[in-house]
Design a protein around this ligand. Structure first.
Ligand code: RB5
Length: 157
């Protein structure tokens, strides 16, 4: 499924990168819902991570892009929401494979880690890839099982 509508969120460390990435994604004809901060006043990353994750988990958008200083905290926050598979990337290969193999539905990166041109390459790789399903289905289902039950039947084998 290609993405037509995404949510974007960020903390105070990533305002400029968020604005540039938002414009970049909009220029591709993708609708972007901005739920991050547009102020450089301190803003706690879990708020933005949760807001994006909520929209994705509820099906209000097709995916989410999250940016904080490292991409780590905001990605961790998103991954606490059931149904979210957020990948934190500093290069495009992992972003592409996270769609193809893991069916990632959120992407995070760090405004203090990578430059905006690398961020655009990562976004291109992520948006341009499709989930392959097939042999990956059972593994992604296991992620859901762990999330839902805090256990994994196959791990007992
Ligand atoms: C904010 O200083 C910083 O901690 C945050 O942007 C992020 O890097 C956390 O993971």
């Amino acid at each position: 499924m290609s993405m037509h509508r995404i949510a974007i969120g960020n903390d105070h460390s990533a305002v400029a990168m968020k604005q540039e990435i938002m414009a970049y994604v909009q220029a591709k004809g993708i609708e972007v819902v901005n739920v991050g901060t547009d102020s450089t006043e301190s803003f706690n990353y879990p708020i933005a991570g949760y807001r994006v994750a909520r929209l994705v988990a509820d099906g209000a958008v097709d995916g989410g892009i999250l940016i904080c200083g490292t991409g780590v905290g905001i990605g961790l926050a998103a991954n606490k929401v059931a149904g979210i598979r957020c990948v934190t990337c500093s290069e495009p290969y992992s972003a592409r494979l996270s769609r193809m193999h893991n069916n990632s539905n959120c992407l995070s990166f760090g405004a203090r880690v990578i430059g905006v041109e690398t961020a655009k390459d990562i976004v291109d790789a992520w948006l341009g890839a499709e989930y392959e399903g097939g042999r990956h289905e059972a593994r992604v289902a296991m992620l859901g099982e762990i999330e839902q039950t805090q256990a994994l039947g196959a791990a007992q084998d």
